[in-house]
Design a protein around this ligand. Structure first.
Ligand code: SF4
Length: 212
């Protein structure tokens, strides 16, 4: 499997936010978001098989939370095989995915963090609507990354149309584009029943720092 980086950090954007977590960043993505903060994802720095990845993850014991990210992890053919092995070893598994590729076949024990790209990302049409069938509100997150008022209104409309509500739905910001306070105020004005969050790791370390 083609890996850009594998590292220990603090989970920064989900309902697991704040927990120490081992990140496996896979190479390659099928989208080109305007605000992509991991454009280096195409650099292949490690080529490892499933067992070798497991061995590297094990080096971080006793941390038992692993997140697959990218790039887009679903482009990796052996991903489910890796998930099965880690699940057998009692790891908690998170999958960060851009929402454009089918989630069918991803085991229920994996916590999915599913992006729904808003218009200002430049990929606003990319979400695969069938993926809502695989969203399990008790386990998964739906995430909207918001750059503007247009994005906010689009996300709000998407929630209404699809009757989605609750703490598993995340609104977060593109820090360089919009003040977090602005989104927080809209959420409160509209009494939205969602979770507003900030990318925690970008406040702990410089936003451009890699491997965190
Ligand atoms: S889906 Fe993620 S990795 Fe791919 S271009 Fe968009 S922000 Fe970057």
């Amino acid at each position: 499997m083609k890996i850009n980086e594998l590292f220990l950090s603090i989970q920064g954007e989900s309902t697991f936010s704040g927990l120490p977590c081992i990140f496996v960043r896979f190479c390659g993505c099928n989208l080109k978001c305007a605000y992509c903060d991991t454009q280096y994802h195409s650099e292949v720095n490690l080529e490892l098989n499933v067992q070798e990845i497991y061995n590297k993850i094990k080096e971080y014991e006793p941390v038992r939370v692993v997140e697959f990210t990218g790039g887009e992890p679903l482009l990796q053919k052996e991903l489910v095989q890796l998930m099965r092995l880690l699940h057998l070893e009692k790891y908690t598994l998170l999958l960060e995915t851009n929402g454009s590729l089918a989630l069918q076949g991803i085991p229920d024990y994996v916590h999915k963090i599913i992006d729904i790209k808003c218009p200002d990302s430049g990929e606003g049409e990319s979400f695969l609507i069938d993926n809502l069938h695989y969203f399990l509100p008790d386990r998964d997150n739906l995430k909207f990354v918001i750059s503007s008022e247009r994005d906010y209104l689009w996300a709000k409309d998407f929630l209404e149309k699809n009757q989605l509500t609750g703490s598993s739905i995340l609104f977060s910001t593109v820090l360089t584009k919009i003040e977090p306070r602005q989104i927080a105020e809209w959420v409160l004005t509209d009494r939205l029943n969602i979770r507003f969050q900030l990318q925690l790791h970008k406040y702990i370390w410089p936003p451009e720092k890699r491997g965190v």
